[in-house]
Ligand binder design. Structure first.
Ligand SMILES: CSC[C@@H](O)[C@@H](O)C(=O)COP(=O)(O)O
Length: 347
């Protein structure tokens, strides 16, 4: 994996380990962590060393590859038992991003087709590697599909981080912005801070600056003001889960941004690969991750809220389809009515 500043490769397989950019250290330090065991991979997902739906999915798939590699099983059923243990540990790391479950089930499905122990070990690794390549290709394709929706000179608001750092590389929402720039359009980005974990200020601002893309940072609370002043032309965000109905689950605060965009007649786009689609669930089935109160009562290391105060800290929210102008996928751009047009898109 190249350790230089030209390419942000968020997750990679290197010398029988999973190598991750440690996103908890950004933007102050660009450092990598090496996981040699699937339990370390699970911890890295839990602690947000790696985060963002597509990146979580591919990392978990590599976690299963580590489990296969390390297994001392002498028979195929013994290997499948070891893989199932790792599957359960990895599956329990975070509840909302559907890519995690999609990736783990896809790799297990591939392993279950194997006839021998060696074949199963190889299948798990090959599938994880394939998913990593597919993620980059899907992002590039989404970029090509979405770039057409942006005009030269657009000022684009994004929330959270749906960039290289949330995928294997290139990004979903930020991938579309990259592609629009590569096609010659001059775009400026407005990134929200994205409290309480600050994926906007720590990650999006870092990533766009790193790539020389014009970026300004605003507090989450400034979105309405900026829109009312005409300072924002488009919104684009990523997603952790898109339902067949077009309901989009994404970082907490996305719903507020969508309501404000609707009020100010600003197009609101979501960029998500098909690996982020959940064709089965209804809105009420989706578990919204509730994270530690510490994220809310502290700013950095300093406590800013009184001891004993009740805190709610949901990490995601749901934006209903009527607030969404289009969902950019690698197969094309979905417009309302989403359920009908999704069927047509998938053929
Ligand atoms: C391309 S990633 C899209 C989403 O995963 C992203 O917007 C997001 O909500 C990430 O949340 P996080 O809690 O940082 O994993």
């Amino acid at each position: 994996m190249p350790r230089n500043l030209d390419l942000l490769l968020t997750v990679a397989w290197e010398n029988n380990s999973v190598v991750l950019i440690d996103q908890t250290k950004l933007p102050n330090k660009l450092v990598y962590v090496k996981c040699k065991d699937y339990r370390e991979v699970a911890e890295a997902i839990k602690k947000l060393v790696v985060r963002g739906a597509p990146a979580i999915g591919v990392t978990a798939a590599f976690g299963l590859a580590l489990a296969a590699q390390q297994s001392k099983a002498k028979t195929l059923p013994e290997l499948m038992t070891d893989l199932d243990t790792a599957f359960k540990v990895l599956r329990a790391t975070r509840p909302t991003a559907v890519n995690l479950f999609w990736a783990l089930e896809r790799v297990m499905g591939r392993a279950k087709k194997a006839k021998t122990l060696q074949e199963a070990k190889k299948a798990v690794f090959d599938e994880a590697l394939k998913m990593s390549d597919e993620d980059i290709n899907a992002n590039r394709q989404m970029g090509a599909n979405g770039a057409k929706l942006f005009r030269d000179g657009d000022i684009v608001l994004t929330h959270c981080n749906a960039g290289s750092l949330a995928t294997v590389a290139y990004g979903t929402a930020l991938g579309v912005i990259r592609a629009a720039r590569e096609s010659g359009k001059r775009l400026s980005v407005i990134a929200t801070e994205t409290r309480p974990v600050m994926q906007g200020s720590r990650l999006t601002a870092f990533e766009l600056q790193h790539d020389g893309i014009d970026v300004s940072l605003i507090p989450d609370t400034a979105v309405g003001h900026m829109m009312a002043r005409g300072a924002i032309r488009r919104v684009i965000v990523g997603a952790d889960r898109v339902l067949r109905t077009g309901h989009v689950f994404n970082k907490i605060g996305t719903y507020q941004v969508a309501i404000l965009a609707n009020k100010h007649k600003i197009p609101f786009y979501v960029a998500a690969p098909l690996s982020t689609f959940d064709f089965e669930s209804n809105p009420e089935d989706v578990v919204i991750e509730e994270r530690s109160v510490d994220e809310v009562v502290r700013v950095g290391k300093k406590r800013v809220a009184p001891k004993g105060v009740r805190v709610f800290n949901p990490a995601f929210d749901m934006t209903p389809p009527e607030l969404i102008t289009g969902i950019i996928t690698e197969r094309g751009v979905l417009t309302p009515p989403f359920e009908k047009n999704l069927k047509a898109l998938l053929g």
